[in-house]
Design a protein around this ligand. Sequence first.
Ligand code: BG6
Length: 510
Amino acid sequence: MTIVENQMLIIFGASGDLTSRKLIPALFDLYKGNYLPKNFVVLGTSRSVLSDQEFRDKVVANSKYLKEKLNSHDEAYVKAFANKIFYTEIGNDYSSEYNGLKERITMLDEEHGTENNYMFYLSTPPNIYETIAMNLAAQDLADESQGWKRLIVEKPFGYSYETAKKLNTGLQKYYSEPQIYRIDHYLGKETVQNLLITRFANSIFEPLWNRNYIHHVEITNAETVGVEKRGGYYDKSGALRDMFQNHLLQIISLVVMEPPIDDKAEEIRNEKVKALKSLRIMRDEKTLFKNTIRGQYLASDFMGEQVPGYREEEGVDPESTTETYAAIKFYIDNWRWKDVPFYVRTAKRMPTKVTEVVIHFKSPHHHIFSESGIIDKDNKLIIRIQPDEGILIKFGVKVPGQGFKVERANLEFYYSGLSEKNVMNAYERLLLDAMQGDPTLYARADEVEAAWEFVDPILEYWKNGKDVKTYGYSSGLWGPQNADELFDGLYSWRNPGEHLADDPGFCVIY
Ligand code: BG6
């Protein structure tokens, strides 16, 4: 195992939800797993005025996100964890008062022996990322002559290609690219990483992983929740910026990429960038009209309760056309994928929470068995990202009896069946990687920019295009009525159930 050096994690925006909800629980898990270095300090900073103890109480003792995890440990054990956590407030708009922060960092470093190794985690609104980087650099907190300095940046990384590029250039003025870690929590998911293993640690899939054998690729990312308390943010973002530009394009790049030379971070990231750059960018209105669908959820009786429509959500413009459903069909301009359509959708208020990649294989060249419904019975490889994580292969078997009637059978693998039960959650894994200086699962500047280049014209079209419509769908349905119109021929979306092996169309009646 790579050694985790003594270090300090400084969290900006520490009084916010992400710190209590994700970061501290992930650190607690790392503490439990003995992954934290001997000398380790967490210093939270934000505009709120809090003492060390008040901050500890907020994110540890009184945290609803840690409650369950703490139950099984005695007080002294939890206290030893909480005692690693400190807090200092920062000026009103994060643009001044870095002297105080620097002093606190230096003091804690001397007291706790964190050896000048500092990791800054920016969990603030993105418009102040550059200001923070500039101020840290002005305090010599980007300088690596003594100890390393790393900057972790939360999403959203930019609002468009231009803004992402500007942000990259802005941060790179103060921190070099290898010091910058752009987090995408989907890359921290075991099942997303397993896409690399499925493809490149087996010899049975990769020979088929191309236009000769694959008919189309389908990716679904569905959530049952609405926008919850994030209406204000979401209404300016929408599903394409919130999920597709980052998480889904990351998954797509892993499905599409060529084999890297080895498993070094830069080799993998080079191939991912190449994959993203080969996505055919759709520019003309006709193509965009034909290949994109946006929708918005409507009020409905859903899972036993009456849920509001998107436009009735707090913080959302009552005339908003922001999408809570986005479905995109696109092609990839390279040797491997020529003419293979990719269908990708992401949405809120769907019948079930699920993310999966489905590789649909072509039907056999010559049909010996006069079986109708071959589309239903095509060979599929279903890679379940979440929940009920696993892999399912659908293949034809003979129905016992006279003649040759073909039915579909399942070959399944479930993560839950593995003997190694301690699967790190995404933030735990990603934090540990950054603490060890491994950027493999973080997005590089050119990756993020390539993703925006693909998404920008769609966003522009949805904003200003002539024929653009936002279709409504009742909460709890698989999107608008015309959702299947993207598909060529007789195909349609595979609407997955809660469990990997559920057949399409299955849904839970509450
Ligand atoms: C976040 C989005 O990045 O991912 C949220 O901002 C979304 O809108 C969330 O709900 C989904 O993450 P997961 O891990 O629950 O699929």
